[in-house]
Write a protein that binds this ligand. Structure first.
Ligand code: G6P
Length: 365
């Protein structure tokens, strides 16, 4: 089927905007009441000792997020690597390992090579893909579709949130099978997850504040993104999006690493985008933020109403998102990461859907 822009200026804008619907559909494809429909025959988490997650680009940041989920919710040790390093490092893959590959296209050469490396070593090969007929899907013991629909914009958006969705469902399944999440906790979390498309809509309704912030960010030469815990991978994804389509140099750091180097870069010309819902790590992130402000740095704080009330004062820009369950925050905070980059790119007049030097799918090394 031919896909058009449906009245949007860019495919990327359309793909960002369709996330509430796409996520709701993707969820219903996997949930039957509180049952997560992933065949246990192919993936029995009671028999898994560890996971190895491998991917490239945006899919890699989905894996980095999933590490936090699998470890925290399911107490399952996870190793994560970019495919180009993993395949040549020739790491030992011990019995009891499930190797999981995440790829929108299912054709990324490095990811496919990493999968083949694991073929006779891992207990099973699982993939999380958008294209169900792809090489990576075909060569997996179990291929889990993300149901994002066709993604045209080179910078991945809805595929990222849909990858996170499947990875989170896997982590919840692992947590409950391994006895770390009881039925009531699971039901409560799934209820929150079903409400997430509504929060996506509420976030998209606040697009104006993100556009305003992005117009100022577009004037910068360098931008830093900070986050802790589940927000650390989202900081990376925000920096990647900004680099990809606006060509502004952006770097992400774990908030706690700021003092070990990047703080030297801070001055009034470097916007620092802080991803910080009011969660258990909020106070720590705020103190990192204050270290930046004390050095004249300009903070763009992406938080919720409680966070804005507690730490919004004196901050350059505040983007306030709806309150969300801590564990689901990466999905929601992906949206401002995408929208800031999108509006900055539009302000700079770049080719948003076809950024220079990039390809949607990299099928050669
Ligand atoms: C390319 C694309 C990225 C994508 C990455 C991995 O670099 O430009 O947007 O994240 O490949 O692609 P995959 O299809 O494996 O998810």
């Amino acid at each position: 089927a031919r896909v058009d822009k449906a009245g949007y200026k860019h495919f990327m804008a359309k793909e960002i905007a369709e996330q509430p619907t796409v996520l709701a559909d993707a969820l219903s494809a996997y949930l039957d009441g509180d049952r997560i429909e992933i065949p246990a025959t192919a993936l029995d988490f009671t028999k898994v000792d560890r996971l190895v997650l491998v991917a490239c680009g945006t899919a890699y940041y989905a894996c980095l997020t999933a590490k936090y989920w699998f470890e925290k919710l399911a107490r399952l040790p996870v190793e994560v690597d970019v495919a180009s390093e993993f395949r040549y490092r020739e790491p030992p893959v011990l019995p009891g390992t499930v190797a999981l590959f995440v790829s929108q296209s299912g054709e990324t050469a490095d990811t496919l090579a990493a999968l083949r490396y694991c073929r006779d070593k891992a207990d099973s090969i699982v993939s999380v893909v958008n294209v169900e007929t792809s090489s990576i899907a075909r060569e997996s013991d179990l291929a889990l579709p993300i149901h994002a629909g066709v993604e045209i914009g080179v910078a991945s958006t809805k595929a990222f949130t849909c990858q996170l969705n499947v990875l989170l469902l896997l982590a919840i399944k692992a947590a409950s099978e391994r006895g770390h999440m009881d039925a009531a906790d699971k039901a409560a979390l799934l209820t929150q997850l079903r409400a997430l498309p509504g929060l996506f809509n509420a976030t998209l309704d606040r697009d104006g504040t993100m556009e305003a912030a992005a117009q100022k960010i577009a004037e910068a030469r360098d931008v830093l993104f900070l986050g802790r815990g589940l927000m650390y991978p989202i900081a990376y994804e925000g920096a990647l999006k900004l680099k990809e389509i606006s060509y502004i140099h952006a770097e992400a750091y774990a908030s706690g690493e700021l003092k070990h180097g990047p703080i030297a870069l801070i001055d009034k010309t470097v916007p620092v985008i802080v991803m910080a819902p009011h969660d258990g790590l909020f106070d720590k992130t705020v103190s990192n933020m204050q270290e930046v402000m004390a050095r004249g740095g300009k903070i763009c704080l992406v938080t919720d109403a409680r966070g804005a009330a507690e730490a919004g004062e004196g901050v350059w820009q505040v983007i306030t998102l709806p309150e969300v369950d801590d564990r689901l925050a990466p999905l929601l905070y992906a949206l401002p990461a995408q929208l800031l980059a999108y509006h900055a790119a539009v302000a700079k007049g770049t080719d948003v859907d076809q950024p220079r030097n990039l390809a949607k799918s990299v099928t050669v090394e």
